[in-house]
Ligand binder design. Structure first.
Ligand SMILES: C[S@@+](CC[C@H](N)C(=O)[O-])C[C@H]1O[C@@H](n2cnc3c(N)ncnc32)[C@H](O)[C@@H]1O
Ligand code: SF4
Length: 467
């Protein structure tokens, strides 16, 4: 089959209705969004492989060196502030984020240092208008969390505060305290309502059964402007029937404002534990699961605010790296993207405490991105939300955006992922799934950076000892 014929297939597949009946048992929600699997090769997998290799090559920190520090702020610019709280009461086998076992004494010192770090960057002139607290589990020490949010809100005019949590922290008084501290978006890690899958993820005992989580979510509704639920799809033993039950609970029983469906991601450091506990991931099933999710959520009246996030109404706050090109991250294991450079703080809690107590930020690694990589990053993030404003892109990159990225843009249009829609580039239905793969590979690249920073700890120790 010729390339031209393949390209025709891709375009056609955006409008195909061939798999309609397969995914959509819930009669209340009519299937409208479709995928065509009848291609001679799995071109999506080929694209995924290409991106994975590209990320492995590009997303790699040089060895950490002494004297790495954050740049000064751009005068007049307001940033999003990300705070990382690495503590969790249990460590889930699939999770590749920077997280350590919760220990109250150490966590108290950590929050003290985090507040000192906030003071440091505020004194350096940074201004913030939005706050995102992620983890780990930020709500493990609720009083410390509230004190830290309050500090940021006293120093800056903050429009929105988003906090990640787990289902066991959804008690009525905890939610009232978070609301009082200014939190207006709460993101709850559910992953699935299927008790067998929760058991395999080792979350059942600590975070409760699917039925318990559902009841807690029902009670949480209405406390925040946005209640988001994090789910994972394509778990090794997940079936389409199990995922469909999850979808029905989300839309029919709970009716949350927003659902983020992450494709299960693996990384070297977690692969073995995850395989032992949950089994091996089969990426060939991912597209069908995504089709099931998109069809159900869209038919039930949700809008897609990013390729894997579905909201009851447009304009709800979602992934911060999509909404804001630049952001500053504080706390051990956080990243910042400023002035075309990606900075990482140390992944050693001890080093972090030591650096901040010595009056420095926890910054220890820096990756300088080329102009072209900055444009590709911009393209990836903008189209993750479904569309890219061409004029804004040209303004951001001094009129060089389309001229520089023409090979990427031509390729994306040829394979039917992106459509040229006047002033915008928009994702096609096929493009949405391709973007799920791209973002999964991008986040896998970021997870590998996390592994790299963990390996850097020995070198950091040598640097700190020499100081
Ligand atoms: C890092 S957790 C932090 C919030 C909270 N501790 C929790 O468990 O939800 C945020 C979300 O990342 C997602 N996540 C973590 N590891 C993942 C993986 N390996 N693949 C896909 N999603 C993952 C989960 O949906 C999780 O809820
Ligand atoms: S998924 Fe959440 S609770 Fe589990 S280890 Fe990761 S950050 Fe902690």
């Amino acid at each position: 089959m010729t390339v031209a014929r393949w390209a025709q297939n891709f375009w056609r597949s955006s409008d195909s209705d061939s798999n309609n009946q397969r995914f959509f048992p819930n009669p209340a929600c009519q299937r409208r969004y479709l995928f065509d699997d009848a291609l001679p090769v799995n071109i999506d997998a080929l694209i995924g492989d290409y991106i994975r290799q590209y990320n492995q090559h590009k997303l790699s920190f040089p060895p950490v060196s002494a004297g790495t520090s954050l740049p000064p702020p751009d005068a007049g610019q307001s940033y999003l502030l990300y705070l990382h709280i690495p503590y969790c009461v249990i460590l889930c086998p699939f999770c590749s984020f920077h997280r350590v076992q919760f220990e109250p004494g150490e966590a108290g010192n950590y929050f003290d240092c985090l507040r000192r770090e906030i003071d440091l960057v505020t004194e350096a002139g940074f201004r913030f208008d939005e706050l995102y607290v992620g983890g780990g589990t930020p709500t493990v020490a609720p009083d410390e969390l509230a004190k830290t949010i309050t500090l940021v809100r006293e120093q800056h005019t903050i429009g929105g505060v988003s906090v990640e949590t787990n289902p066991d922290d959804l008690a009525r008084d905890s939610m009232a305290a978070l609301r009082y501290a200014g939190v207006n978006r709460l993101s709850v890690g559910v992953q699935s309502f299927d008790n067998d899958l929760l058991r395999e993820m080792q979350r059942l005992d600590k975070y409760g059964s699917g039925e318990e989580i559902r009841t807690r979510l029902q009670h949480a509704e209405g406390h925040f402007d946005t209640l988001n639920v994090d789910m994972i799809f394509n778990m090794p033993h997940q079936t389409e029937a199990s995922l469909q039950r999850d979808l029905n609970i989300l839309t029919d029983d709970v009716g949350v404002d927003q659902v983020s469906f992450y494709p299960l991601m693996t990384v070297n450091s977690t692969r073995k534990k995850m395989q032992q506990s949950m089994g091996s991931v089969d990426y060939d099933r991912e597209k069908a699961f995504y089709g099931l999710i998109a069809n159900h959520m869209l038919a039930c009246g949700y809008v897609r605010t990013s390729a894997w996030c579905f909201s009851r109404k447009p304009g709800l706050f979602d992934e911060y790296i999509v909404e804001r090109e630049e952001y500053l991250g504080l706390g051990s294991g956080s990243f910042s993207y400023l002035g075309g450079k990606l900075y990482s703080s140390t992944f050693s809690i001890n080093h972090y405490l030591r650096l901040v107590q010595a009056g420095k930020t926890g910054t220890f690694g820096c990756l300088d991105m080329t102009d072209r990589d900055q444009m590709r990053y911009y393209l990836l993030m903008q189209l993750f939300s479904g569309s890219l404003d061409k004029a804004a892109a040209e303004e951001r990159f001094d009129g060089r955006f389309q001229r520089t990225l023409w090979p990427e843009l031509t390729m994306l249009q040829t394979i039917g992922a992106v459509r040229n829609a006047g002033v915008q580039l928009t994702l096609t239905e096929r493009g949405y799934y391709i973007w799920v793969m791209l973002m999964r590979n991008f986040f896998t690249g970021v997870n590998n950076l996390r592994d790299q920073m963990r390996h850097n700890i020995a070198r950091e120790t040598a640097i700190l000892e020499a100081e």
